[in-house]
Write a protein that binds this ligand. Structure first.
Ligand SMILES: C=C1C[C@]23C[C@H]1CC[C@H]2[C@@]12CCC[C@@](C)(C(=O)O1)[C@H]2[C@@H]3C(=O)O
Ligand SMILES: O=C(O)CCC(=O)C(=O)O
Ligand SMILES: [Fe+2]
Length: 343
């Protein structure tokens, strides 16, 4: 199923690491109070956000590379993902998160197992407080878990998710080719791009329930993605913020029909630190917000080695290691993982 299935597999999920029955909670419990960390730099919210790029623009490739260097995130239109499909994913996910909590608990992610299923973000054990979040992760076939949720009516959900995943795969690989070429790597020579064998692909459905006290809660704590790139579909409700040096936390304002593209840790290492692995978080909101994140990483045995050149530097800033090894280091050291492998 790929190396990402092993992410955070040794982080200890305690009994409290299960989502609350959010519908029945009307004040923020102490377990979920992050004080005003989620509000630490309100000024940043007013800065201009990451660029909006049209993939059909003749200049798109240059703009994408520029965004990889400066922001590590951009919004994309002209991406070819059908609006109908994006809407279908939204409505299937709504149907899922609308289920009574007892029903959702039947598909609870099992500790030590693969990442699939219902639960809090796997990074939860790194924090003292809990996030105002419930998620559902799909890795490999969605059928087994969906059957637990809807014993007689799982096909529509599964077909939609599988169709969405395959459309996103094609788009993701198109973007990866553009970025690899800028690193002087010939995509034709990258075996996993041609054969798709052993790739790590995960589709995470995120739900941030309506929060009674959003400024003191946290949707998803700051993190970088353990991926090459992540494709994110935000709903109309804003909440995603990215950290930009000099500006602080900057809102990624949802744009109708656009998708958000994040660079993850592996492109940062491959580019010898020139492309940004964007640190981001999600603030809690007064109204429910859904988002869908598609994570793409190379096979576990792929060796990630910084590209060296005049443009990317002649001295490697990071150690060479396999995807699997980095996933292990991330699971242990989380936000410090990149500094652990720094030369
Ligand atoms: C495919 C992936 C990427 C994972 C690990 C594995 C399965 C779940 C993903 C997320 C989804 C929610 C945020 C995050 C930070 C988390 O807690 O779980 C992500 C994490 C990562 O990007 O590291
Ligand atoms: O909800 C969002 O906009 C972002 C979610 C996210 O960062 C993730 O799933 O890794
Ligand atoms: Fe993320």
């Amino acid at each position: 199923m790929g190396a990402l299935a092993e992410s955070y597999k040794d982080t200890l999920l305690e009994p409290q690491h299960i989502p609350l029955d959010y519908g029945s909670v009307h004040t923020l419990p102490d377990s979920h109070v992050w004080l005003d960390e989620s509000n630490e730099s309100p000024s940043g919210v007013h800065s201009t956000g990451p660029p909006l790029i049209d993939l059909a623009d003749p200049d798109a490739e240059r703009l994408i590379i520029q965004a990889c260097e400066t922001w590590g995130v951009f919004q994309l239109i002209g991406h070819g993902i059908p609006t109908k499909l994006m809407e279908a994913v939204q409505s299937e996910a709504e149907k899922l998160f609308d289920l009574p909590v007892d029903q959702k608990m039947k598909a609870l992610r099992s500790p030590g197992g693969s990442q699939s299923g219902y639960g809090l973000p796997p990074i939860s054990p790194f924090f003292e407080k809990l996030m105002w979040h419930e998620g559902y992760h799909i890795m490999g076939s969605p059928i087994d878990h969906a059957k637990l949720l809807w014993p007689n009516d799982y096909q529509g959900f599964c077909d939609t998710m599988v169709h969405y995943r395959s459309q996103l795969k094609a788009l993701t690989e198109q973007l990866i080719c553009i970025i690899l070429k800028s690193l002087n790597i010939n995509p034709e020579e990258v075996a996993w791009l041609k054969e798709s064998q052993g790739l790590s692909i995960g589709l995470q459905l995120n739900c941030y329930p309506a929060c009674p006290d959003p400024t003191r809660a946290m949707g998803i704590a700051p993190h970088t993605d353990t991926s090459l790139i992540t494709i994110l579909q935000q709903s109309k409700v804003s909440g995603l913020q990215v950290f930009k040096d000099g500006a602080g936390w900057v809102l990624v304002q949802p744009v109708l029909g656009a998708i958000t593209v994040n660079l993850g840790d592996f492109f940062h290492i491959l580019s010898n630190g020139v492309f940004t692995t964007v640190r981001h978080r999600v603030v809690a909101t007064q109204v429910r917000r859904l988002s869908f994140a598609y994570f793409y990483a190379p096979p576990g045995d792929f060796i990630v080695s910084p590209v060296l050149s005049k443009d990317f530097g002649e001295v490697p800033r990071y150690q060479t290691l396999s995807v699997k090894e980095f996933v292990g280091i991330k699971g242990k050291h989380f936000e410090k993982a990149l500094s652990v492998i720094q030369n």
